[in-house]
Design a protein. Structure first.
Length: 333
């Protein structure tokens, strides 16, 4: 064979091999890239799946824990089981007074005109029976008791009148008045299933943990406008019912709201109260506010103007005064 042709054939053969080699290398590079890409995606998918499964598991576990807690919550004694007709009538009237206080004792009340137009029910939800809704679950079982605010052992008559004079910014009832006796009968009866000296689970108001910062009224205003104003109004004055005798949604500040001596004027009490009760429809199982949101809204609401009460006799032992009391830790003079 001609040496020149032989060289040409060898050269062609070499070129083909180089092309095969180059193609193989390109193929391998692509294969490795695809492997790494899909392997990463698959790994990520499994990781995400594991994360989602973990999240679902945690949520399910939380749900079970909440359900178990709710199963332990205090439930009011059933009024329908009362066999004494006289007692039943008194208890039912007491419930009606708690639920619709203003109709009987408000500015247009049919019995007396001694309160600001709010109902006991506005602070003690579901006539004082809702879990963590400032309910009466432990009232009968724990009274009479020593209260640091007054420095005295208080009975239920004093406790009810505290609400009349502070939360309802009104006048006290006499112990022998029909309305006072009825409200006491109701509170005592629905809490009669809690042993004396014991507290019913989820009674009163939830103790919300303190923040690691100061509650922010400015943030609270934005939250209030977004989550609360539709019911309580931007000006905080609430919405009167059509009969003009009571509030469908109560005022949170202003002349017709609770005064500066009310329990809910303490920011911790108000924050704990709204955490599991507000906005409308919120419950312990399904809260609608974060802890921080509850504190900030409370800071905003408590900074608004409201009626003033003489507090000079409160906290005779100043060391017992709560650190978050609106008047501070010095005695009010």
């Amino acid at each position: 064979m001609n040496p020149e042709k032989q060289n040409i054939l060898q050269f062609k053969s070499l070129v083909k091999r180089l092309i095969y080699l180059f193609t193989t290398i390109i193929f391998l590079v692509i294969a490795v890239f695809l492997f790494l890409f899909f392997n990463s995606s698959i790994t990520s998918w499994f990781q995400n799946s594991d994360t989602e499964l973990d999240s679902l598991y945690i949520e399910a576990e939380k749900k079970v824990l909440v359900q178990n807690e709710m199963a332990k919550t205090w439930k009011p004694a059933d009024i329908s089981l009362i066999t004494d007709a006289t007692l039943k009538e008194k208890v039912e009237y007491g419930k009606e007074l708690i639920a619709h206080t203003a109709k009987y004792l408000g500015p247009n009340g049919s019995v007396k005109k001694i309160t600001n137009g709010m109902n006991c029910n506005n602070c003690h939800l579901d006539a004082g029976t809702k879990a963590w809704g400032n309910n009466y679950g432990s009232v009968y079982s724990m009274y009479p008791k020593m209260r640091a605010r007054s420095g005295q052992v208080e009975n239920l008559y004093k406790r009810v009148n505290d609400c009349m004079e502070r939360s309802l910014n009104g006048q006290p009832l006499k112990e022998d008045e029909k309305e006072m006796k009825a409200m006491i009968a109701y509170i005592e009866y629905i809490g009669s299933n809690v042993p004396k000296g014991k507290e019913g689970y989820a009674s009163g108001i939830y103790d919300l943990e303190y923040l690691d910062r100061a509650a922010d009224p400015a943030k609270g205003k934005a939250l209030y406008d977004a989550k609360c104003a539709s019911c309580h109004q931007v000006n905080g004055q609430g919405i009167l019912a059509e009969d003009k005798k009571e509030y469908t949604y109560p005022p949170l500040w202003g002349a017709n709201s609770y005064n500066n001596g009310a329990g809910l004027f303490r920011i911790s009490r108000f924050a704990g109260y709204i955490k599991y009760n507000m906005p409308l429809g919120a419950t312990y199982e399904n809260p609608q506010l974060s802890d921080e949101e509850a504190w900030d809204i409370a800071a905003y609401v408590e900074n608004q103007p409201r009626p003033s009460k003489d507090l000079s006799q409160d906290w005779p032992d100043i060391s017992k005064k709560p650190v978050d009391h609106p008047e501070g830790t010095e005695k009010v003079l």
